[in-house]
Structure formats: C-alpha cells, structure tokens
Write a protein that binds this ligand. Structure first.
Ligand SMILES: [Zn+2]
Ligand SMILES: [Zn+2]
Length: 259
C-alpha cells in the first residue's frame, strides 16, 4: 500500500467553504494534470508536493472557470507510490464535470500532456492504492473510468486512458531480491587470508579439520598460516572456486557446508 500524505503533510489550504458529502459512489474517474509535468519529477518527490499545491491554488483561484472550494480531486497519486489526500473520501469532487461528481470520485495521477506523460509502474500502483483507499474509507464502487468517459476532454491522456480501458491492471510487483539466510550469515563473516589472527581464524582452522584436511597437526589455530592457505586452496579447487587461498564470501559457505 502506498504511503498516505495527509492534507497537513502537503500543506493544503483549508477549503473555502464546507464541502458536500457523499457516502458512496459507483467508482472512480482517473485524471491527469492536462499540462506540462517536468520529467525530473520522477527523481524528486518535492516536485510532486509543489505540483499538488499549485493545482490547489489554481483550482481555488478559478483556473477551471468557476473557483473551486478546494482542490478538485479526492486523491492524488504520484510516481513515488505515495497518495495525497485531496478532498479525501466522503466528499463530492469537482473535477469530473457538471453532473458527474456524485457518481464517481476523482483521482489525479501526476502525469501531464507533455514532459512526463507515460505512467510508471509505481504511479499505476499509487493510482490503484488511491482507489483502494476510496473504497475502504469512502464507499467507492468497483468502476474505474477515465475523465473522458462521459465528458468531452482528452483527460486522462492517451497512455493512462489505454491502461484504464485495459481494466486498470496492477503492474507486477518488482520485489527486491531478499538475501538468503546464507548470504546474511556470510555477510557477517570477515574475509581472511594468510597472516590474519583471531577467533574467526580459529573457526577456519577447525572447519578445515572437520573437512578432513590433514595439514594442521601442531599448527597454531589463531593465525592464518601457509598450512591453512593450502587447505583452503584444496577446498576451493574441489568446489570449483577461484583458488586464491582467501576465505571470502564464496569460500565461507563451502567451509560451512551451506553452499
Ligand atoms: Zn480530468
Ligand atoms: Zn512523489
């Protein structure tokens, strides 16, 4: 779920008058800004906040013919998978066009008609998370439509509208690979080579013996000696690793038999 940005979180002005309420809608209509959105927005969330503030100012100043009492959208979705509370759930929007505001909530996606025009996966996730939020908190129904459905406008732009028409599918989650337990364990182990001392050398010493390496009779187990190096090289050769005698992230798992 996207991170939710409260009105205080983006510095919203209070509405100029009390807004009309709605308890449920048939669904949601998706919008774009209709203007230029600088492509650099993708790398800088502060630009999203500036843009939402400027849209609220424009709406309240009469930029859409008659002045709105507040930003016209219920929610705004940004390319950082965050969702802004606009008017919020339970409030009639102003953005869908005359007569079309009680049947659908309005969600703005921060893409434009020039500059940043192709919604990214993160932005589409945010749009769907905004829809989910309106379903959970505002009684939004299952419909997801575009502003241009039922009103003469280009909004929400070609790419976003094509996605809406395709059924607004959620993009595949791009999961960052989580390190395996082995990798996590090995990350905590130091890289050891000839000349090193200490407890971890002791571990290498006794693991080599446990792996049937016979070259360590009477050898000090706290210093990484040439004898240890020879044993490590033998293991590395058997495991198909680079034979360098150094116990690093590839060799530790072999020694520990967790590879
Ligand atoms: Zn629109
Ligand atoms: Zn953002």
């Amino acid at each position: 779920m996207a991170q939710v940005i409260s009105r205080a979180g983006w510095g919203a002005k209070p509405p100029s008058r009390r807004l009309d309420r709605v308890t449920q809608t048939r669904g949601v209509k998706v919008h774009y800004t209709g203007g230029h959105v600088p492509p650099s927005i993708v790398d800088d969330h502060r630009r999203c906040i500036e843009l939402v503030l400027s849209i609220q100012r424009m709406h309240m100043a009469g930029g859409r013919e008659q002045p709105y009492s507040d930003i016209g959208y219920n929610m705004v979705a940004c390319p950082h998978r965050r969702i802004f509370i606009g008017r919020g759930p339970g409030v009639i929007p102003a953005a869908n066009g005359p007569g079309l505001n009680t049947s659908h909530y309005a969600v703005l996606a921060l893409v434009g008609s020039s500059g940043f025009t192709q919604p990214t996966d993160e932005l589409l996730h945010a749009v769907l998370d905004a829809v989910a939020y309106l379903r959970q908190h505002g009684g939004a129904g299952t419909e997801i439509k575009g502003h241009r459905d039922g009103y003469a406008t280009d909004c929400p732009g070609g790419p976003l509208y094509a996605w809406v028409k395709a059924g607004a599918p959620r993009p595949a989650e791009t999961k960052k690979p989580t390190p395996t337990e082995t990798e996590a364990l090995v990350k905590q182990l130091p890289t050891l080579e000839k000349g090193d001392h200490g407890w971890d050398v002791k571990t290498v010493h006794h693991l080599l013996i446990a792996r049937d390496y016979g070259g360590l009779d009477g050898v000090d187990d706290t210093t990484f000696t040439a004898a240890h190096e020879a044993g490590v090289k033998g293991l590395q050769a058997a495991a198909g690793l680079t034979v360098d005698g150094i116990v690093g992230p590839r060799t530790w798992p072999v020694l520990l038999r967790i590879a």
